[in-house]
Unconditional design. Sequence first.
Length: 311
Amino acid sequence: MEENRVLILKEKINSEGKLLSKLRRIEKDIHLQEDRLRDLERILKKEKRDVEDLESGSLSSILYSLLGKKDEKIEKEQYEYMMAKAKNDECFNMIEFLKSDKNKVRRDLDEINNLKIEYEKIIEENKEKILSKDSKEKRELESIQNEIGSIKYELKEIREAINAGNILLSSMEELIKSLDSASGWGVVDMIGGGFVSTAVKHSKINESKDHAYDIKSYANKFKRELMDVGSDLDFNINMDGFTTFADYFFDNFFVDWCVQNKIKSSLNDAQKGYDMVEDMISRLENKLLSRESTIKGLESIYFKMLEEYNK
C-alpha cells in the first residue's frame, strides 16, 4: 500500500512540468487578449460617440436630416456599435475564462507542492529505515550516496575550470584583435606609411602586451583549475623582443620586416593558443554533460530503492 502511494505521488508530481508550461501559455494568452481588449474598448467608445452624436442633434445629425439619410445613418452606426460591443464582450469573456483556467492550474501546482512534501516525508522515512540497520540495502545506498557526492564535487571543479577557460578565451580574443590590427598597420608601415603608421602600430603592440600580461594571469588560473580535474594545457605567447626604439629611429624596410615578423609570430601563437583553450573547454563541457548524466542515473537508482523499500 505504501509503495503504491509513493508511485502515485511520483506520477502526479511528474505532471508539474506540463502544468508550468500550460501556466506560461495561459499567461501569454491573457496578456495578448488584454492588449486586444484595450483596442476594442477604444473602438467601442468611438462607435458609441458616433451614435450619440447622431441622436443628440449635432451638426452631423442636422446635415444627415437635411439629406434625408439620418435614420439610415443612425441604423448603420447602431449596427457598428453593436458589433463592436459583441467583440468587446467576447474578448472580455475570454479573458475571464483564461483567468479562471489560470487559477485552476495554480491550485493544481499548489497541490503538487503538498504532494512533494508527502513524497519527501515517505522517502526520508524509508531512508532512515534502511540506514538504521546493517543490510545489503544500506551498503548499496551508502555507496551510491558517496559516489554522487564525489561526482558533485567533480562537477563543481569542472564548472570552475570552464569559467576560468571562458575568461581566458575572452582575453585572448582581445589579444588577437590587437595583434591583427598591429599586423595591418605593419603592412602600411612596410610600404612607406611613415611616422604615423609606426606610432599606431606600436600603440596596438603595446595594447597587445597589456592583453598578454592579463592572459598570463588568466592562463595560470585556468591551468590550476585543469589540474583539479586531472587535465593539462600548455601554450605560450611570446610578446618580448619588439624593437620599438629601432623601429622609430632607424626606420627602414629591414627593421619594419623584423617587427612585422614578430607580430605575425605572436599572432600565430595567440591563434594556436586560442584554438587549444577552445578545444579544452569543449572537452570539459562534454565531460560535464557525461558526469551530469551519470549523476542522473545514480539518483534514479537511489530514489527507486527508497521508493520501493517496504519493510
